[in-house]
Design a protein. Structure first.
Ligand code: HEM
Length: 156
């Protein structure tokens, strides 16, 4: 397969990964602030769905296409920018795993509040706060990864 096609897939999947994360964070943040339980429940459901449909495949596509290109171009342990980018990508992934778990728990809590009490459990707010704060280092790392990919600076 031609290098350009793989690079195109890599960049396109990076856009989807980044855009889904940013969009989901915005819509969920706004829904939580609306204090409208219907809105909160539907948005949480869609955030979890978007993670399965869009984020999960791209989380695998990025390193697969990236390592393939690195192999073709001869980037490796000696390329500082490349190793830093891989490290930051793993760090972002480690932040994302608890985020996925929190999202599923918030979705379930919102569904049962809608079906039963009409009240979100107290842990919902602390889950939403933790979810938000885990997103900050994850997004910052991704911004740094994109810069490293584009600039490919000569690091040690
Ligand atoms: C383990 C994860 C990753 C690996 C191994 C990897 C690897 C690579 C490599 C080797 C290139 C150089 C291609 C070239 O110069 O021809 C590249 C380019 C690029 N990568 Fe990644 N990448 C990863 C993750 C990401 C992520 C998460 C994003 C964005 C969200 C991203 C966005 C880009 C972009 C935009 C380019 C094109 C840069 C340019 O040509 O100026 N990559 N990647």
């Amino acid at each position: 397969m031609s290098y350009e096609i793989i690079k195109w897939v890599h960049i396109l999947s990076g856009i989807v990964l980044f855009g889904t994360g940013f969009g989901s964070a915005f819509y969920k943040f706004m829904a939580d602030r609306s204090h409208n339980l219907d809105n909160i429940a539907i948005t949480n459901r869609h955030v979890v769905l978007a993670d399965w449909i869009f984020t999960t495949p791209t989380v695998f596509l990025q390193p697969l296409t990236g390592f393939w290109m690195a192999h073709e171009r001869g980037f490796g342990f000696s390329s500082g920018w490349f190793m830093l980018a891989v490290g930051l990508f793993i760090f972002a992934g480690l932040c994302w795993l608890p985020v996925v778990w929190l999202q599923i728990r918030m979705r379930n809590d919102a569904q049962s509040a809608l079906a039963r009490s009409g009240q979100l459990p107290p842990r919902y707010q602390s889950d939403a706060r933790l979810w938000f704060w885990l997103g900050i280092p994850a997004f910052s790392s991704m911004v740094a990864v994109v810069w490293l990919m584009v600039a490919q600076p000569a690091l040690a």
